[in-house]
Structures are given as structure tokens and as C-alpha cells.
Design a protein around this ligand. Structure first.
Ligand SMILES: Nc1ncnc2c1ncn2[C@@H]1O[C@H](COP(=O)(O)OP(=O)(O)OP(=O)(O)O)[C@@H](O)[C@H]1O
Ligand SMILES: [Mg+2]
Length: 247
């Protein structure tokens, strides 16, 4: 569904990502690990098409189409959706109005809001004065309303308290599994996702298929995500970097 080929990206003349190759197949959930400042959010934001990230080499394919030159809204219309690590405040835009536009009547926003305990925020401006955990739930609500086919989730659990984490985890699980049991080939496997996590807490709720480790703007290795997480918890990222240098 998503294929990233030899992607090299610059911001203000500085190279943030070098020759990144990564794939997410339809119905699969892949995880992106890496230390602070590695370029994980930059990669997500480049996939979504934020204009400050300049692709100087390589391409991004989505469902076989080269989307490298498309704008954010064109990508969103094709089924890409992002939950940002630090989304902006939107003064003057009420959450309920944004949700209405995003859902285009397809979903039932009241039920989604209820499930995420966001009903009382619907009349407030998007993210303005929201706490860290409330911002995450607001982002998730927007994404659920948008109903993308590929979810880009940048640290969905960071800053979320231990009680709300279950709410967030179960909501993401539900969204990704949508369509799993519906008839027909095309919807057999549910939605696809690329998730950034430092703690792996989200993996208690969502089954991950493949993990990637990004260091210094380069993919160092890929493999079983749970084993990778264990390795990172025990030994940090050093082993991965060493292994790459030996290749
Ligand atoms: N617009 C920008 N201008 C200049 N530097 C930038 C810009 N965006 C990102 N960077 C730099 O690129 C590097 C990667 O940033 P990024 O946010 O992708 O890291 P990350 O892997 O998501 O880290 P974290 O785990 O802390 O979220 C950082 O050093 C950051 O300061
Ligand atoms: Mg980040």
C-alpha cells in the first residue's frame, strides 16, 4: 500500500533523511523505532506531504501511484491520515465543526467523541488549551472521523495517562481492524498503519507486523517489532548501529 524508495529529504538545506526504504502492505501495521532526533516525525510528515520537507531523491508510492509531488489534501483524499506528535492549535475552529467536515456524514461523530470521552470538548477551539492527553484524544477523534486507509500515528500514547491509554489503544485497535470481517477480498485485512512509539505501550493493544529502526535519518534494520523493542529496552540503539556499520 505504501512504498518508500530511496527517499532523501532536506529541510532548509539540511538533509534529515537519507535513502530511506520502507513498506507497509495492505492490512499491515508496521512500527518505526529510533532515538530522539532520528528523523521519525520528519519521515511521517514527508509521507503526508508537509511542504517544508523537500524530497531531493527517491519517491513515495501509495497504492501504486507516485504521490511524491502531491499536496497534503490530495494525499488525504487518497486515504492517508496523520496523528501528529505536536499538532497546532486552531484558534477560531471548533472541534465539532472540524469533525463535521472530516467525517462528511460517513461516520457518527457523536459516538466517536463519546468513546474517546471528548464530547465536552466539541464546542472548544481545536487543541487550544487542551492538555497533552486531551490533544492525543482530539487527534485520534479527527483521524477516526476522516477514516483513512493508512494511519500514520506519531507517538499516539506519549503523555497519555495509564487509564486513558486503554481508551486510546482500544480505539486505535478498533479503527485498524475495521472491515476485517466484512465480505470480499478488498476489505479482508482491515486498515494499514505506520506507528512511532518509544515505549511500545500501544503494542499491548495493536498487533504489529514489522519494525524498522531509524537512526540519523537512515533505516538501520527491520524485523520482528516485539523482539526489536526488547532489544532496544535491554541494549539501546547501539547494537543496531554497530550491526549496520559491519554490513
Ligand atoms: N523544519 C525543520 N527545520 C530544521 N530542523 C528540523 C526541522 N524539522 C526537523 N528538524 C530536525 O530534524 C531532526 C529530526 O527531527 P524529528 O522531529 O523527525 O525527530 P524524531 O525522530 O521524531 O525525534 P523524537 O523522538 O524526539 O520525536 C531533529 O534534529 C530536528 O531538529
Ligand atoms: Mg518525533
Amino acid at each position: 500500500m505504501l512504498k518508500i524508495e530511496d527517499l532523501t529529504v532536506e529541510v532548509n538545506g539540511k538533509t534529515l533523511l537519507h535513502d530511506v526504504n520502507l513498506e507497509v502492505q495492505k492490512g499491515y501495521t508496521n512500527v518505526l523505532f529510533g532515538p530522539n532526533g532520528a528523523g521519525k516525525s520528519a519521515l511521517m510528515r514527508t509521507i503526508m506531504g508537509f511542504s517544508e520537507y523537500r524530497v531531493v531523491k527517491g519517491r513515495i508510492l501509495f497504492n501504486g501511484e507516485d504521490i511524491t509531488g502531491l499536496s497534503v489534501d490530495e494525499r488525504a483524499r487518497r486515504g492517508l491520515g496523520i496523528m501528529m506528535q505536536r499538532p497546532p492549535d486552531m484558534s477560531g475552529i471548533k472541534l465539532k465543526d472540524l469533525i463535521k467536515v472530516l467525517s462528511k456524514g460517513k461516520k457518527n461523530p457523536e459516538v466517536l467523541a463519546e468513546n474517546l470521552d471528548m464530547t465536552r470538548f466539541m464546542d472548544r477551539d481545536v487543541n487550544v488549551g487542551f492538555s497533552g492527553g486531551e490533544i492525543k484524544r482530539s487527534e485520534l477523534l479527527q483521524l477516526a472521523a476522516q477514516n483513512p486507509s493508512l494511519y500514520l500515528l506519531d507517538e499516539p500514547e506519549s503523555g497519555v495517562d495509564l487509564v486513558s491509554i486503554e481508551q486510546v489503544g482500544m480505539t486505535i485497535k478498533g479503527l485498524l481492524e475495521e472491515g476485517v470481517n466484512c465480505p470480499g477480498e478488498s476489505c479482508e485485512k482491515g486498515k494499514s498503519a505506520l506507528i512511532i512509539t518509544h515505549t511500545g505501550q500501544i503494542l499491548d493493544y495493536v498487533k504489529a507486523d514489522r519494525g524498522y529502526i531509524l537512526c540519523n535519518g537512515t533505516i538501520m534494520c527491520s524485523g520482528n517489532p516485539l523482539k526489536m523493542l526488547e532489544e532496544i529496552k535491554n541494549r539501546g540503539y547501539e547494537e543496531c548501529i554497530k550491526c549496520r556499520l559491519m554490513k
